[in-house]
Design a binder for this molecule. Structure first.
Ligand code: ATP
Length: 446
């Protein structure tokens, strides 16, 4: 595993962001569990995406559809045929299996053995619904969340009186029986997607306009949360690489420790999905434009992002190592210091509350302050070990602010607030803390 990736994996485990699933049984390939801090980070990422889609604009609404759907959905969408398959090859000697497009040579990368000819391997995960394990009861765990959006497109459109162009956003789990899961949480068989389907007029110029619009919007979302421009790029899909539903596709790629790789897809899906569902279900999914009186099946511009991939991007961007440390007064100043420079909106813990002594009046005041702040922000109280060590523990999990309560606080009703990034300390009146943090937390400019 890449050296830098290994550091991130270690930190994630040590500080309780991510653990291997079923670890006491030796783990379960490609499955991971998010610990407390990981769950907080994941929730913050999802919340920022959700807000950017449904709260900060008028034309996108949200949905939470069922993971299990009628099997006909997957037949109509084309996921049960070759379109949603990867080319698989097997080593004749060690029987390891590989995704053909990940191999650079014709020999087995593990033992050098000869490989079988390629075989199409469908990625849908089969399951049974009900007590009869026969073909009639077979359905699939959803391979992408957006099919739930197509299933609800008409109901949402009509119940909310939506006019094209409009979008539907959804966050949820998807499942693919990947041949080669890899790079920690980057490619797993169970994963979460943040998908938005934007329904537009089929006119090519309008479609292109929206495609370019969403491409920029999505790039700006990552930039706005602190990802460096030089670590992001778009890659256009070649004709022979396009997914079965796509007319045009761009990958938004990030410069991962192992090289450039996809974090999100921007796709022009044309009318592939709605037309197929209309045909297979016999239902009319067309739209009558009230202005032009034209009737058409809307085309779809999709933005499809992976939650875990965003997690890795924000983690890799935030991970900072300082040889010799920043806090030269600590005993351990020869060691490396690690801090995560998360945007405050993403940081799992926003404010750490650290009394300088375990004496009762300080502890009481610190707890009182925490009680007030935790109404608005995720806080953590820590009174054990030296203040230097406590700062470092918080830096390592990306807490943007530490607040220390000292004996002077009892007299002057002020506390010291230390910023993670600048290590600058300010004395702030306790009564002003909520206002102070409100200003700091909502933007990256602090
Ligand atoms: P890849 O080429 O990496 O297999 P894909 O092109 O099949 O991905 P899409 O179908 O476009 O991926 O899915 C949209 C997004 O969903 C991806 O950009 C990624 O963020 C996320 N995603 C897809 N498959 C996985 C997976 N197996 N594990 C984690 N995230 C995934």
């Amino acid at each position: 595993m890449d050296h830098f990736l290994k550091k991130i994996v270690n930190l994630c485990k040590r500080r309780g962001f991510v653990f291997p699933s079923s670890e006491i049984y030796g783990g379960f390939e490609s499955c991971y569990d998010y610990g407390f801090l990981g769950t907080l980070l994941i929730n913050n990422i999802k919340q920022e995406w959700w807000k950017s889609m449904t709260q900060y604009r008028d034309d996108v609404v949200g949905l939470d559809a069922s993971i299990l759907m009628a099997p006909q959905v997957w037949k109509a969408s084309g996921h049960l045929t070759a379109g949603f398959s990867d080319a698989l090859v097997e080593c004749k000697k060690c029987h390891h299996r590989f995704r053909l497009d990940y191999l650079s040579e014709n020999k087995c990368p593990d033992c050098g053995g000869e490989l079988t000819p390629e075989k199409k391997f469908n990625l849908m995960m089969k399951t049974f619904v009900g007590s009869a394990e026969n073909e009639a009861a077979v359905t699939f765990l959803r391979g992408e969340t957006c099919q739930g959006i197509y299933m609800n497109y008409r109901s949402l459109r009509d119940s909310l009186r939506l006019k094209v162009p409009f979008g539907i956003a959804q966050i949820g789990k998807a499942f693919r029986n990947e041949i080669s899961p890899r790079y920690f949480i980057f490619k797993t068989r169970e994963f979460e997607q943040m998908e938005m389907q934007y329904f537009v007029s089929p006119q090519p110029e309008k479609k292109d306009q929206w495609f370019n619009y969403w491409k920029e919007e999505r790039l700006n979302w990552y930039l706005g949360l602190g990802v460096k421009k030089e670590n992001l790029r778009f890659r256009k899909h070649a004709e022979d690489e396009l997914a079965h539903y796509a007319q045009k596709a761009l990958d938004l790629e990030y410069k991962f420790p192992w090289g450039w790789d996809e974090i999100e897809g921007i796709h022009d899906r044309g009318d592939w999905d709605l037309s197929n569902h209309s045909r297979h279900s016999g239902q009319d999914l067309s739209y009558l434009d009230p202005q032009t009186n034209e009737r058409f099946i809307p085309h779809v511009i999709e933005t499809s992002a992976g939650v875990a991939r965003s997690f890795l991007v924000f983690m890799a961007e935030a991970y900072t190592e300082i040889e010799g440390g920043r806090t030269v007064t600590t005993k351990s100043n020869k060691e490396k210091e690690v801090f995560l420079s998360f945007d405050p909106r993403l940081a799992p813990i926003k404010i750490a509350i650290l009394p300088l002594s375990k004496k009762e009046p300080l502890v009481n005041l610190a707890r009182e302050i925490q009680k007030k702040l935790r109404q608005n922000w995720m806080t953590q109280y820590d009174q054990s070990s030296s203040i230097g060590r406590r700062y470092r523990r918080q830096d390592e999990i990306g807490t943007p602010y530490c607040l220390t309560v000292d004996f002077d606080s009892l007299e002057d009703k002020k506390v010291t607030v230390r910023s993670r990034d600048t290590m600058q300390q300010e004395r702030i009146e306790i009564s002003q803390l909520v206002d102070f943090f409100r200003k700091k937390m909502n933007s990256a400019e602090n």
